[in-house]
Design a protein around this ligand. Structure first.
Ligand code: GAL
Length: 812
């Protein structure tokens, strides 16, 4: 299968290669090319030539985003005049060049070489040793260049030109080699990497039937007698099924293999028990091992219908979903695997079980994390087809490239058990027209050539009955912001399976209730679960105010994420946990911002307003409201349990019922006095949950927390260090007048990769380490270097003692 590979130009094999192909090459290897890249912003005339002098270029690690980098003079990249404006968070696109020297020994140079790019945003041209070897337009799909026969012993050079023309996107896309780059070194006889497809035919507690499809390639000039061993290996390393095949593969040919393997008493994959297996395929010629390919998968079935909803392994699940964009805030759009994984983990920890990858294919790291953590994924192809949303967007390239990009989406995602649906698009301008329906049909048909095991969906924001023509082409109907149609559309289309592909956070109950009451409504995905760069300010004032006022520079975040850009849960995330009855924080209380205490300028002007779409309720996790003494403040309590009681400094303020009728919340008007505000929830008359807010004094210290204390010295691993201001009693300082300026520095075996505070208006540098806390918090990201040793991270803040944390970088 050629799939999304760029076909090499046909030419005769050089002699050295022909010899190597005959004699065989060392066993298969995948080399990470994360390190050693050189970068130059703007035009770089002649850089495509192999002999170009790149000595002055800047050293960078990949994944890399050049849009978010500070300017050469150290000033932040945010620019009020950036063409992308509000869409891009005032960050520019532009041209950028990358070069990577590749030292190869004779055997490697003579073997089969495949260069894999997981995503380059966007419109990339690639040269190898001065020869133009490929072009890839879409910024989110993986592609492979076959370099076999083009390499030489010694120094080789890969050159990439990125041509990100603005405006290309409705959100912040970033620019450059935004996802990993790897090099496959293979024997001429090997499993074709993109050909492997492991799927589950049936799954029960007693037996799993696993279908394995792959093709074995022989790139030598003679037919090869090949033995292929396929083994399914469990998490404990035990082989649970195996099959051996003898094949004769013609010269320069391929042979497909198709196995069905039975696994007795399988450990099935589900969101609750994300059990994984590995398919290990070994290829031998004359008894010699030529290739080993490992593919991780899960044994699980997915079915949908309007009576039973979504079932995984026959058991019903509802999608507790969040939309996410791909950027990683302080790292920009660089999809570092640890950063992508952290985002999935933040969602899992907040009770979500599903992700909609808006509006482009998810990274491999995101999918791998979802596989491991038990998250369900809707993997989406496009935000537009032929009609553009922005002048320089992918619609320019759709006609020529959609097949290749769909193939890439499916081939890169189909072995991940987490992926349950393919989405062909979001709010596509031509949706619900005959043309739009035809395109959906074509896209779905293309998907089904490569995978018939997953339903195809699309996010549609058109009312009924006009949307019917679009939904007729899809297996599952994604409704953007249209919960009011679920009842009436079911009456006219009783077999239609529906879900909310996008909803507003402040209306969480309204969107969730149908999932609980209507079996044909299988879930809800909020816009958004995690905050992102771009679409600035939409969480602040919504679209109903004067457009010109919306999210002006220095705004750069959307600020509609239920989890903020640094990873902190906002009150909306706690409400969601409660309506999902996830048991994480069964009761939680928050305070409505009293007038005159705005946490951002203009808060009063943009005060929450019922018709504002993406704004969150104006609530805060704080009982520090200096100046409000004696005045009434509104306290909102969320609870999974049927009764709550609020206490102020030990005095009961009364019990209240909380249930579906009250939308699992209640509120109190409380005369503010400093101290302790506690909420207790009751189940069967007994206290079952509790929550406390305490008034904080002046900041006295900074508390550091890390998500790990040890990293591999591989240049890739990241550590997130969060810093929280606390008073002398350890109470978190939330009030804005307590915020302090910090200098974060990293010494030893690591470097500072970025730092952010989640303040949507603080457009300071993300790399310098100079940052002010926002509501008492700041998060720094530290990257491992290539040498083992201690890494010391220091937070030096105004008026608080310096704090340090040590992390160890160890050899793998
Ligand atoms: C939706 C769109 C999303 C995002 C959201 C908030 O209509 O599909 O991509 O733009 O609005 O603005």
């Amino acid at each position: 299968m050629t799939l999304f590979k760029i076909a090499p130009r046909r030419r005769l094999l050089p002699l050295a290669l022909a010899v190597a192909l005959l004699s065989g090459h060392a066993a298969a290897e995948q080399r990470s090319l994360s390190q050693g890249w050189l970068f130059q912003a703007g035009e770089a005339k002649g850089a495509d030539k192999a002999s170009f002098d790149d000595a002055g270029w800047r050293k960078v690690a990949v994944p890399h985003d050049f849009s978010v980098m500070d300017k050469a003079d150290g000033t932040p990249p945010f620019d009020a005049k950036a063409v992308g404006g509000q869409d891009s968070g005032y960050l520019p696109g532009g041209q950028g060049w990358y070069r990577r020297h590749l030292a190869l020994n004779a055997a490697d140079a003579a073997g089969v070489l495949r260069l894999n790019f997981e995503a380059v945003y966007m419109d990339a041209d690639i040269w190898f040793n001065g020869e133009h070897v490929g072009r890839h337009r879409y910024g989110y799909t993986a592609f492979t260049l076959d370099l076999t026969g083009k390499a030489k012993t010694g120094d080789n050079v890969v050159t990439v030109r990125v041509n990100h023309v603005d405006p290309s996107s409705r959100w912040y896309a970033g620019s450059g080699l935004i996802r990993p780059v790897t090099l496959d070194l293979l024997d001429p006889v090997h499993v074709a990497p993109d050909s492997v497809f492991v799927s589950t035919r049936s799954a029960s507690a007693e037996k799993g039937e696993v279908d394995v499809r792959a093709s074995v390639a022989n790139r030598t000039a003679a037919a090869a007698k090949v033995e292929v061993l396929s083994q399914l290996v469990g998490a404990d390393g035990g082989v649970v099924a195996r099959e051996r095949r003898q094949l004769t593969i013609p010269a320069r040919g391929k042979v497909d293999i198709d196995h069905r393997l039975a696994v007795p008493n399988p450990k099935l994959w589900s969101p609750d028990a994300p059990n994984l297996y590995t398919l290990v395929q070994e290829v031998r010629v004359g008894g010699m091992l030529k290739d080993t390919r490992r593919t991780r998968f899960g044994i699980r079935t997915v079915t949908v219908d309007a009576e039973n909803g979504l079932r995984i392994n026959g058991r019903k699940y509802v999608l507790k979903g969040g939309n996410i964009h791909h950027d990683n805030y302080m790292l920009g759009a660089a999809g570092s695997p640890d950063a992508d994984r952290r985002k999935v983990l933040l969602m899992k920890d907040a009770g979500y079980n599903a992700i909609r990858s808006a509006h482009n294919p998810a990274s491999q790291a995101t999918l791998a994390a979802a596989d491991e953590l038990g998250m369900l994924v809707i993997d989406e192809a496009f935000d537009m087809w032929r009609k553009s949303k922005r002048d320089a967007d992918y619609s320019r390239f759709f006609e020529e490239n959609w097949r290749r990009d769909i193939d890439s989406l499916v081939v890169s995602g189909r072995n991940h058990p987490s992926v349950i649906f393919w989405s062909v698009g979001n709010e596509i301008p031509e949706q619900a027209t005959p043309e739009g329906a035809k395109t959906a049909r074509d896209l779905a048909a293309r998907i089904r050539l490569l995978d018939t095991t997953r339903p195809v969906t699309q996010g549609v924001n058109v009312d009924s009955p006009a949307n019917a023509i679009q939904f007729a082409e899809l297996d599952v109907a994604g409704y953007n912001y249209r919960a009011h149609l679920f009842g009436s559309d079911h009456a006219t289309h009783p077999k239609r399976v529906m879900y909310t592909s996008e909803s507003t956070s402040k209306d969480a109950f309204r969107y969730w209730d149908p999932v609980e009451t209507m079996p044909w409504v299988i879930g809800d995905f909020v816009w958004t679960s995690v905050d992102y760069i771009g679409e600035t300010g939409i969480g602040w004032m919504g679209y109903s105010k004067d457009w010109k006022e919306l999210g002006k520079y220095p705004w750069h975040l959307a600020y509609c994420g239920e989890i903020d850009a640094t990873g902190r849960k906002r009150p909306a995330a706690y409400y969601r946990q409660v309506i999902w009855k996830s048991g994480i924080d069964p009761v939680a209380a928050f305070v409505e911002q009293p007038a005159g205490t705005e946490d951002l300028p203009d808060r009063d002007y943009f005060k929450e307003h019922p018709e504002l779409d993406w704004s969150l309720h104006d609530l805060h996790q704080s009982w520090s409201w200096k100046g409000q003494e004696g005045k009434a403040v509104k306290v909102v309590v969320y609870s999974e349990h049927p009764e709550v009681e609020l206490f102020l400094n030990g005095r009961s303020l009364g019990r209240k019922a909380v249930n579906r009728q009250t939308e699992y919340r209640t509120s109190y008007s409380v005369k503010y006095e400093p101290g302790r505000l506690a909420a207790v929830s009751y189940r069967d008359g007994k206290a079952a949950g509790q929550w406390e807010l305490r008034t904080a004094g002046a900041p006295a210290a900074v508390k550091l927390a890390t998500d790990r204390r040890q990293v591999r010295a591989n240049g890739d691993d990241l550590v997130y260090v969060s810093a929280e201001l606390v008073d002398a009693d350890g109470v978190p300082v939330y009030a804005r007048d307590g915020d302090r300026k910090f200098r974060v520095s990293v010494k030893g075996a690591g470097t500072l990769a970025g730092a952010g505070n989640g303040n949507p208006m603080d457009a300071a540098s993300l790399q310098s380490g100079e940052r002010t806390t926002f509501h008492g918090r700041l998060v720094a990201v530290v990257r491992a270097g290539l040498e083992a040793g201690p890494i010391e991270v220091e937070f030096a803040g105004e008026g608080v003692p310096v704090q340090r944390v040590r992390i160890d970088a160890v050899n793998e």
